[in-house]
Design a binder for this molecule. Structure first.
Ligand SMILES: Cc1ncc(COP(=O)(O)O)c(C=O)c1O
Length: 410
């Protein structure tokens, strides 16, 4: 696929995000809190409103609003299948990624017990760790941890053959760290898991707004993300490989369907939220070009990646020049999302984030962001964790400059 060099349409993009017009203490707000939840694109907000204004309904009714709801869900699954390179029928919705992962873990664990092993990592958000640990505890399954190198902030994969063996039932790994931005070598982990017949659960929540996701290329069996991280509303998304999903036995009500994906979608779904997912992915596709929607999504993500990386380089370089700052990032040879974690001597992360908000209208989050194992290893949880600045497609170079000028004052 060839891609023309084009100017990134930052002005047009910013116009599509109503939240960017918000003012705080007399100035326009800068949102660098995308890793905690991105702002929502206008077309998504409009689709949610339209769904509710038109008369929403539950499924399986013999009247138009019920049919329309079913159509909205089917359309959302079709576009997500292009977004993740999965089949529409493999997709299930839920409250959020964590709730879906807990449910999938419980269901899988029903077949596992003593002698079985699972593998989790030290770098991941605990949503892709504790979900599996709690199941393992209940079922007597052994847990192994892929270690993180605290100096390079990458996973140590040198002992993978020993770590993942014929007793391994599942390997849970994140595509990218929501704290320090490291993009993990999921393909290598998944390849080893496949060699011994283990399942691979990939947490793509943080990666999804930033890089192309290809379930097949990664070798994932269970792929999880959340649309509130990629410009849509709060809806969790799970894509489970069909043969595995068909054999899954989730906890559910007895009259509820036994077929996929409905058996995992317990209760009534967030229909209005689901209505907002397609426009969020269409927004990404609108930045790209290509004949098929998948091509446009991939090409749009390339545009986003180039823009975000340019801003991230500027932010990293600016911060690196400042004396009191400690940056927590893998070196330049390691691919990263534009998520920048740091601390400033003499202040707690919370103090800095409060000052940035009150004195400069810059919204940045502090804490361990549930990547608490990594925070423990780096010894920063007891000091309030990190300050985390995350870039999104709607952020501009001027905003990065505003941020660096503000940070300089501390
Ligand atoms: C990497 C990662 N995984 C999982 C989650 C949890 O997602 P959810 O809020 O949809 O449960 C988050 C949320 O911040 C995250 O960043």
């Amino acid at each position: 696929m060839s891609q023309k060099v084009q100017v990134y349409p930052i002005k047009e993009i910013r116009n599509q995000f109503p939240a960017l017009k918000r003012e705080f203490n007399g100035g326009e707000v800068v949102y660098f809190d995308g890793p905690g939840g991105s702002q929502v694109v206008k077309s998504s907000i409009e689709a949610i409103t339209k769904y509710m204004e038109n008369g929403g309904a539950n499924l399986h009714g013999s009247f138009p609003s019920s049919h329309e709801t079913e159509e909205i869900i089917a359309n959302a699954k079709a576009i997500i299948s292009d977004f993740l390179n999965v089949k529409p029928e493999e997709i299930a919705f839920g409250a959020n990624m964590t709730t879906l992962a807990l449910s999938i873990a419980r269901a899988l664990g029903r077949k596992w017990g003593k002698g079985d092993e699972i593998v989790v990592t030290e770098i991941d958000h605990r949503a892709n760790v504790d979900t599996w640990l709690t199941m393992a505890e209940d079922r007597g399954v052994t847990v192994k941890w892929i270690k993180v190198d605290p100096d390079t902030l990458t996973l140590k994969l040198d002992n993978l053959n020993e770590m993942i063996n014929e007793n391994t039932r599942l390997v849970a790994v994140g595509l990218a760290s929501n704290a320090v931005g490291t993009i993990n070598d999921v393909e290598t982990v998944a390849k080893r898991a496949k060699d011994v017949g283990a399942l691979v659960a990939v947490d793509a929540v943080h990666a999804a707004p930033h890089i192309a996701i290809d379930r097949e290329q990664m070798g994932a069996d269970i792929l999880l993300c959340s649309s509130y991280k990629f410009f849509g509303p709060h809806v969790g998304i799970a894509a489970i490989r069909k043969n595995i999903f068909e054999n899954l036995n989730p906890f559910k009500l007895s009259p509820a369907p036994t077929y996929i994906p409905d058996k995992l979608e317990t209760g009534t779904l967030n229909h209005e939220g689901i209505a907002g997912i397609s426009p969020a992915i269409e927004f990404i596709a609108s930045l790209g070009e290509g004949e098929t929607r998948r091509e446009r999504i991939l090409s749009g993500l390339k545009q986003i990646e180039a823009h975000e990386n340019k801003l991230a380089d500027k932010m990293r370089a600016g911060l690196a020049k400042m004396d009191k700052i400690t940056l927590y990032q893998a070196d330049s040879s390691v691919p990263k999302t534009p998520t920048i974690a740091f601390t400033i001597d003499g202040y707690t992360p919370q103090e800095i984030c409060r000052k940035l908000s009150e004195e400069h209208g810059i919204f940045v989050a502090d804490g361990h962001f549930y990547a608490s194992t990594l925070g423990d290893i780096l010894g920063i949880n007891e000091k309030g964790g990190w300050i985390r600045a995350g870039l999104a497609p709607y952020n501009s170079e001027e905003e990065v400059e505003r941020f660096l000028n503000a940070i300089k004052q501390y």
